[in-house]
Design a protein around this ligand. Structure first.
Ligand code: SF4
Length: 231
């Protein structure tokens, strides 16, 4: 049975149906165009931002990123990397405090940075496209990195085609009866990757557009009226 949802301004619930993921991308892009993700100056900043955005909103993560930038430790250079790794723990925690869970995140950021430096040298870092799944598995083995964070790092930090699934994506698909509460992260990722050309620029734009959709229309209380996906 298709789920229903009540528009903010109407009395009768709309009946929502599954939609074509490729066509939905076109509709969202036609409405809003390129979203310019990821908003950052360097690869190191993108990677740090993806990690600091865990379990918080972007405003808080951006404040933590800004704190690190004041110390010049998010440049793509050996000196900057060294500076980040040598920051005293307490100072690092204080700088990223706005992002919440700052003690855990400080440890995760240090471990991730050391892992990348040990395996890839100083930034900017590059991972060959042929090794993307291998690297995905290796990053997922690092303590505190879940699939959403790892896919964000690979997609936005390394320009590799890993589709990012977040709470907005899940809510949208649930409302249209395309998944259930039991559908796993990996199943949803495969749905998108099966439906789309395997191109990082499309995954990049699509995820950013879904976030915009989730903020403007597919909110906790859906605003289906005038939504690009309301057919
Ligand atoms: S707001 Fe848009 S995407 Fe969300 S349920 Fe309504 S029509 Fe679908």
């Amino acid at each position: 049975m298709s789920p229903t949802t009540t528009p903010a301004s109407g009395k009768d619930p709309f009946k929502l149906h599954p939609f074509d993921l490729g066509r939905a991308y076109e509709k969202l892009f036609e409405r809003w165009g390129p979203q310019g993700w990821w908003p950052a100056d360097t690869q190191t900043e993108i990677i740090a931002g993806a990690l600091l955005a865990q379990a918080t909103n972007w405003k808080n993560a951006a404040a933590a990123v800004a704190g690190l930038k004041t110390r010049g430790v998010l440049e793509d250079s050996s000196e900057s990397l060294q500076g980040l790794l040598e920051l005293p723990q307490e100072e690092l925690e204080e700088l990223i405090r706005p992002s919440g869970y700052f003690r855990q995140k400080a440890g995760r950021l240090r471990r991730l940075t050391m892992f990348l430096a040990d395996n890839l040298g100083p930034p900017p870092w590059k991972i060959p496209g042929s090794q993307v799944m291998l690297w995905r598995e290796r990053l997922l083995e690092l303590n505190g990195l879940g699939p959403e964070t790892v896919d964000s790092i690979l997609l936005y930090g390394f320009d590799l085609p890993c589709f990012v699934v977040d709470a907005y994506t899940r809510r949208l698909l649930l409302r249209h009866g395309m998944i259930t509460d039991q559908t796993s992260y990996e199943e949803i990722r495969f749905m998108f990757e099966d439906a789309l050309p395997r191109r990082s620029e499309i995954y990049n734009e699509y995820h950013a557009l879904i976030v915009r959709l989730g903020k403007e229309h597919c909110r906790r209380s859906a605003r289906c009226t005038d939504c690009p996906l309301f057919a």
